[in-house]
Design a protein around this ligand. Structure first.
Ligand code: GLU
Length: 315
């Protein structure tokens, strides 16, 4: 049986981009009979807030999405630590004392928009200690990935092939503040839940090779991936919850749940017009062939979410 998951970070108020991602993940899973998990990625102590988790849970259920299981990433610490033990025992972890400024000074951008890490601390070792030296480490910890090209094409035909070390550099797996970093937590949790299908936004496509490299080191099988369109703001960036542009409160003032769901289906290309429809009502007609491939620029106005046609975009 297929197992799918929607894994939002609880770092801001839900916005149209999160809700569209949730809807597409739900439609995909429900249309292929997959078991569907909602995993709140809430382990970043700097950016995650319980109020955002509550708001996300409410918004998803208000929209009409349901889940077979709900998991909090903060409950998964022991598995994250076991994976760090395993990687430490395999000699794959090293402490990194490079500051952000030093990494930036390398001057090479990574495809995810961050900076390429050049591997300056790669030959250092973790402090020796009985309990896996990573526990005693007060610096960030990186994973020494093998230099190899991961060949990978997702279900939508997107070529994700990459040598993660050449493209991004060794990833941080545990931050200086002790928090387990996204790639490790996500990879470990997906494997522990037996996830076989990952449907997520195209902004994460460039990270997939790093996660597959990590799966291989930990002896996990790789799920199938599909990366979908993003909603963009007129000024070009992702319609991000961080911008606080269109939060759930504004959406709920304007739309009832079926109207918003219909509007999202229209933005995704699933419906010719933004007519009200529940997730259940969208299910019979759902097919990835009908979901638009290109990102969609959206304007928020008094009449709701509108698609900005390319000709209307300001130069
Ligand atoms: N937590 C990540 C986010 O909200 C997504 C993780 C994933 O789907 O792999 O961007």
């Amino acid at each position: 049986m297929n197992v799918a998951r929607f894994a939002p970070s609880t770092t801001g108020q839900p916005h149209p981009g999160t809700l569209l991602a949730a809807l597409l993940c739900w439609l995909d899973a429900r249309s292929c009979g997959a078991r569907l998990q909602l995993r709140f990625e809430n382990i970043d102590p700097e950016r995650c807030r319980p109020v955002y988790l509550d708001a996300m849970r409410d918004a998803l259920s208000w929209l009409g999405l349901d889940w077979d299981e709900v998991v909090l990433q903060t409950d998964r610490t022991s598995d994250h630590e076991a994976a760090l033990d395993e990687l430490a025992a395999a000699g794959r972890l090293y402490p990194c004392r490079c500051s952000r400024a030093q990494i930036r000074a390398g001057g090479r951008r990574a495809p995810d928009g961050g900076w390429h890490y050049g591997g300056r601390c790669r030959d250092r070792s973790l402090p020796a200690s009985v309990q896996g030296g990573w526990r005693a480490c007060t610096e960030a910890i990186r994973l020494r990935l093998p230099a190899e090209r991961i060949e990978l094409v997702d279900e939508g035909g997107l070529d994700l092939s990459q040598d993660p070390v050449a493209a991004c550099g060794d990833p941080v797996v545990r931050r200086r503040d002790g928090a387990v970093a996204y790639h490790l937590a996500c990879t470990v949790d997906d494997a522990a839940s037996g996830v076989t299908r990952i449907v997520r936004g195209r902004d994460l496509a460039v990270s997939t090779a790093t996660q597959v490299a990590l799966q291989r080191l930990l002896g996990y099988s790789s799920p199938r991936y599909r990366h979908h369109l993003l909603l963009l703001e007129e000024r070009g960036g992702k319609l991000a919850k961080l911008h606080g542009s269109v939060g759930i409160a504004a959406l709920r003032r304007h739309y009832d749940a079926r109207s918003l769901c219909g509007a999202l289906a229209h933005l995704a290309g699933l419906r010719a017009a933004p007519a009200p429809a529940s997730p259940q009502e969208l299910l019979p007609g759902f097919s990835w062939f009908r979901v638009r491939c290109d990102d969609c620029t959206v304007r928020w106005s008094g009449s709701g979410l509108e698609i900005v046609q390319p000709a209307q975009k300001r130069a």
